[in-house]
Design a protein around this ligand. Structure first.
Ligand code: IPM
Ligand code: MG
Length: 358
């Protein structure tokens, strides 16, 4: 029987709660499927680790997880440590060297969930946002001089490479082609950002020629926020820069009902390195330890992990189990206006996995 080695990195805050729930569900789905198993290795990296050891993960941390089949990540963020330290010390320290350049964020209004948009009942909002995940505004290029003096200066330079843009465009066009509507929106800001974004647009046009069966359009990022709210049914697959997609994906998650539901895959499509799966939400220290975090974002990320591992049947079965549970308001956590606890939702999904109809 095939055994997948999974590196679990819960991180901080509610990350530990939702990853524990995610592992329960993964074990249940493997058991139900019968064709594969998981071997799960736990890594206690993150803010607490940093307070003890002075860094977010060990120096050879990446070597410890390089050979795993996938990574299940919770969230990194700690009230006592600046956000840019936790981000660059863990999440980006894995994503960038492991070349997980395609960050994929599906958004759908799941059964039983209410969108804040008046005219959206489900089918009108079914998107996948592809976020460039290796460069752009998150390239880390820049600096700060004369700190504290009136002459202080700081730069953050967004860096785009032709190779980086070509590969994310190709990935997005391919994904759009695989979906029924074959429709891609390329998000840009080439009116104001007149160098890199103009190259971004040119490369989009060039790659589009390889995908004549995909209908595509181009949208300025500010106008895109309006289109997402006013005409959600006109959108299917979206590709955007690291920062633009970061912002758009929070809006997308909110429009689909809750940040607690939204999943992410950080993919290394060439499979040279493991890919990483995580809920989109952060460590949410305000609700940490209360047992009320919504684990659905992690469960949906587990679906994406199963898909990536090639376990299509298990992925479909888990997604069905998730939808069965969201459809039942008794399983709604406080972020959805309900009273359910993480453990209730987890037990509900495990039950649904074991049920005859999934
Ligand atoms: C996300 C998050 C992160 C990001 C934060 C936690 C740094 O917002 O995954 O969207 O900006 O990339
Ligand atoms: Mg974000």
């Amino acid at each position: 029987m095939k055994t997948y080695a999974i590196a679990a990195i819960p991180g901080d805050g509610i990350g530990t709660e939702v990853v524990a729930a995610g592992i329960e569900v993964l074990v249940a789905i493997a058991k139900r499927d019968g064709g594969f198993a998981f071997k799960i290795d736990h890594f206690d990296w993150g803010g607490e680790y940093c307070k003890k050891h002075g860094r977010m993960m060990p120096e050879n941390g990446r070597d410890q997880i390089r050979k795993h089949d996938a990574i299940l990540f919770g969230s990194a963020g700690h009230p006592d440590i600046p956000d840019h330290i936790t981000l660059w010390g863990l999440r980006l320290a894995i994503c960038q060297p492991f070349d997980q350049y395609a960050n994929v964020r599906p958004t759908r209004v799941l059964p039983g969930i209410t969108s804040p948009l008046r005219n959206v009942n489900g089918g009108e909002l079914d998107w996948v946002i592809v976020r460039e995940n290796s460069e752009g505004e998150y390239a880390g290029v820049g600096g700060r001089v004369h700190q504290g003096s009136p002459l202080e200066a700081a730069t953050d330079v967004a860096m785009f490479t032709r190779a980086g843009v070509e590969r994310i465009m190709r990935f997005a066009f391919r994904l759009a082609r695989s979906r029924p509507r074959k429709l891609l929106t390329v998000v840009t800001k080439s009116n104001a950002q007149r160098h890199a974004m103009v190259m971004w647009d040119e490369i989009a046009t060039q790659i589009a020629a390889e995908f004549r069966d995909v209908t595509w359009d181009k949208m300025l990022v500010d106008a895109m926020t309006m289109r997402m709210v006013m005409r959600p049914e006109t959108i299917d697959t979206v590709v955007a820069t690291n920062l633009h997609a970061d912002i758009l994906s929070d809006l997308a998650a909110a429009l689909a009902g809750s940040l607690g539901i939204a999943p992410t895959a950080n993919l290394n499509p060439e499979r040279t390195f493991p890919s990483m799966f995580e809920p989109i939400h952060g460590s949410a220290f305000d609700i940490m330890g209360k047992g009320v975090a919504n684990p659905i974002g992690t469960f949906w990320s587990a679906v994406m992990m199963l898909d990536h591992l090639g376990e299509k049947n298990a992925a479909d079965r888990l997604m069905k189990a998730i939808e069965r549970v969201t459809a039942d308001k008794r399983f709604h956590t406080p972020d959805l206006g309900g009273k359910a606890r993480t453990a209730d939702v987890t037990a509900g999904v495990v039950d649904a996995i074991q049920g005859a109809n999934t």
